[in-house]
Design a protein around this ligand. Structure first.
Ligand SMILES: NC(=O)c1ccc[n+]([C@@H]2O[C@H](COP(=O)([O-])OP(=O)(O)OC[C@H]3O[C@@H](n4cnc5c(N)ncnc54)[C@H](OP(=O)(O)O)[C@@H]3O)[C@@H](O)[C@H]2O)c1
Length: 258
């Protein structure tokens, strides 16, 4: 990857899908501090339920626009884009940070015995299908003349080549599906959204609600605070040129195998 920050990518309008918590909320906080960013839309199931988001909205009324979206419901995407269109028809940076590893009955599977079809479907819906729906409904917002980015938070465990210890069937397979969606979106955007760089990003183990139950085995220094992850990923996003569209990067800027 080129080492220098791009000068032609200056996002003024941003959409963080999954901006109510964890890494997504970290991106919201990061860009609220950036004076060159004019507006930030966030999307999550119940934005009012996120105390942090409500507090940020109270102090950034004209810059922050929390919207409701359940990524498992296609109709919600239609509603979300119609709400965004009232404000703008152009977005410079979309980041899909939505993801699920465990939720109620859904637990990462240790063996085939624990496989349940409905849990696999849920993982695929939240981790992969939502991202391709986002690309479908947002492509017209990205097809302007300035440089733009469509990125999604994937996970290294979604790398088929890197899979050495098995387990976590639903999470791994849904992230592998997300990666394939992103690569395919990058190819189509090469024709329809020529200025949009599409990226899959591995954040490293980050201290969030999602990783909480699995943090005890993380070696010291390997559990990143959200701010560090966002800083690192933002650096990759700002250094990635259009030629890198369709790449899968780790937090340290190395390219990951599919
Ligand atoms: N944390 C890590 O160590 C780690 C490592 C590798 C990859 N990742 C990936 O990084 C991404 C962010 O994870 P995180 O750690 O920040 O998780 P998190 O703290 O649990 O946040 C997940 C976000 O996804 C949203 N979300 C979940 N289900 C949704 C749905 N059906 N519709 C709309 N939004 C939904 C949540 O919003 P609401 O609940 O408010 O709707 C929340 O904003 C995920 O893709 C995850 O797989 C994380």
């Amino acid at each position: 990857m080129e080492a220098e920050v791009r000068t032609d990518f200056k996002p003024a309008t941003i959409l963080v899908i999954g901006g109510s918590a964890g890494i997504g909320l970290g991106f919201v906080r990061h860009y609220l501090k950036d004076q060159s960013v004019e507006r930030i839309f966030t999307a999550s199931r119940d934005p009012v339920a996120s105390e942090e988001l409500c507090l940020l909205k109270a102090t950034h009324r004209d810059k922050l626009f929390p919207l409701a979206l359940d990524v498992t419901k296609e109709h919600d995407f239609e509603k979300m884009v119609s709400e965004i269109r009232v404000v703008t028809s152009e977005i410079d940076f979309v980041i899909y940070t939505t993801g699920v590893l465990q939720e109620g009955e859904l637990q990462p599977e240790k063996s085939l015995r624990q496989i349940k079809a409905e849990n696999l479907i849920r993982s695929f819906q939240v981790n992969a299908v939502g991202a391709v729906l986002a690309a479908k409904y947002l492509q017209s917002f990205l097809s302007h003349n300035r440089m733009s980015t469509f990125a999604a938070i994937s996970a290294k465990v979604g790398s088929i080549e890197d899979n050495r210890i098995g387990g976590w069937y639903g999470y791994r397979a849904s992230k592998a599906a997300l990666n394939m969606f992103l690569k395919t979106i990058a190819i189509e955007f090469g024709r329809s959204c020529k200025n949009t760089t599409v990226l899959a990003l591995h954040p490293g183990t980050t201290d969030t609600r999602l990783s909480k139950p699995f943090q005890k085995n993380v070696p010291p220094g390997k559990l990143f605070p959200v701010e560090k992850t966002v800083q690192l990923l933002d650096g990759i996003i700002k250094r990635s040129r259009i030629q890198e569209s369709g790449s899968f990067y780790s937090w340290d800027g190395t390219k990951l195998p599919w």
